[in-house]
Design a protein around this ligand. Sequence first.
Ligand code: ATP
Ligand code: MG
Length: 411
Amino acid sequence: MVETDQRRAFALEVVETLVDAGFDAVWAGGCVRDLLLGRTPGDYDVATDAHPDRVREVFGRSRTQSVGAVFGVVLVHGDRGLPIEVATFRTEGAYHDGRHPEVVRFVTREEDARRRDFTINGMFMNPRTGEVFDDVGGREDLEKQVVCAIGDPESRFDEDKLRMLRAIRFTASLSFTLDPATAKAIAAHAEEILVVSAERLADEWRRMLGECHRGQAVRLAAETTLLEKIFPEILADGEDEAVRRVDALPGEAGFPLALAALLLDVPDSSETCARLKLSNRETDEVVWLVASQNGLAGAAGQRKSRLFPLLSHRWADQLLDLVEAVSRSAGRVSEDVAWCRDLLGRVTRDELDPPELLSGDDLVADGLSPGPLFKTLLDSLRAAQLDGEVQSRNEALVLVRQLKRKRGNNE
Ligand code: ATP
Ligand code: MG
């Protein structure tokens, strides 16, 4: 059985076990939406009227884990694969920090639907019969292809600010439209998005920018003013251009590349990455791409010592995509990128990034003591090698000695 079938089978088994024990249990939320759209759900969530301690009794304590006792969420582990979240039907009390409810109360399925974010995410399904329970107009909105808050959008975003970004993510990823009242409420509350933790904000952007509908997501964020609140360093007059650049990336572009396209004109992209608490790996890629954006200009006439390190870099493909997107977003075709891609098809890896002629150890053996001069000499040697000025170890040694002497005379 493939993994997705396994997940589905286990989600069915969890529901059946609860029903056999005398409880109401259904699939809930995103998986119902995806099934109704004919898509394969990424994960299945189960909702039930069984209280969390009953859920743990039914499945046994060793197979279960209480993850949010206050929220009534229990993880049920299968023999393999990811556990299933089983949540007791609940309503949520006041939100104290714009993200988390202070208390929850266990309620009926109908009431549970109303605490969910969007109508398309507010449905339940009996997995055995396929019957759908829809108390919030989710089916109709799926048909109309619209993302619409459940209840009064203003108060729903007031309760939980993250929902504003979720609205945009779902609208873009499903290629739906955003309900006008929902969009208006986001614009009215956009400033409050900043109470959401950096990690959660970054997670949403990782997902939005990491998939092919990223252009639409960024456009919606700009229209609802969320973009300027989260990325104030993207100046108002550069916003359209930034959106167009993101839109012009190839579908399979990753998150760091898309973020680099968004941040191309900001003075210090590393600061933005730090604020969003991105990983070092993500930050390094974004910062390198932004810093290298002009590196391919006039590629055909560039010295190899300048061009080849970029083209042999581990993020070279991303750089080519970025430069190409910049041109495309301005309605041009990048001759530099075309030239580089053609070159990459002709040269070998060894020509692009040849093995070094001398190592640091060789310099030591030649009487140089390790120090700041080291790197300078090796860099100069590397450039000479790439430009074809030295080709052998001997020529390399001669050059290094010359350079050393010149340095010595200057000092
Ligand atoms: P996906 O997993 O594809 O992002 P999803 O709809 O499954 O989409 P989850 O974050 O997994 O999203 O949440 C599962 C369900 O829980 C949602 O469909 C929704 O009903 C509810 N939900 C999640 N986050 C919120 C929230 N911030 N406010 C209200 N309801 C929420
Ligand atoms: Mg989900």
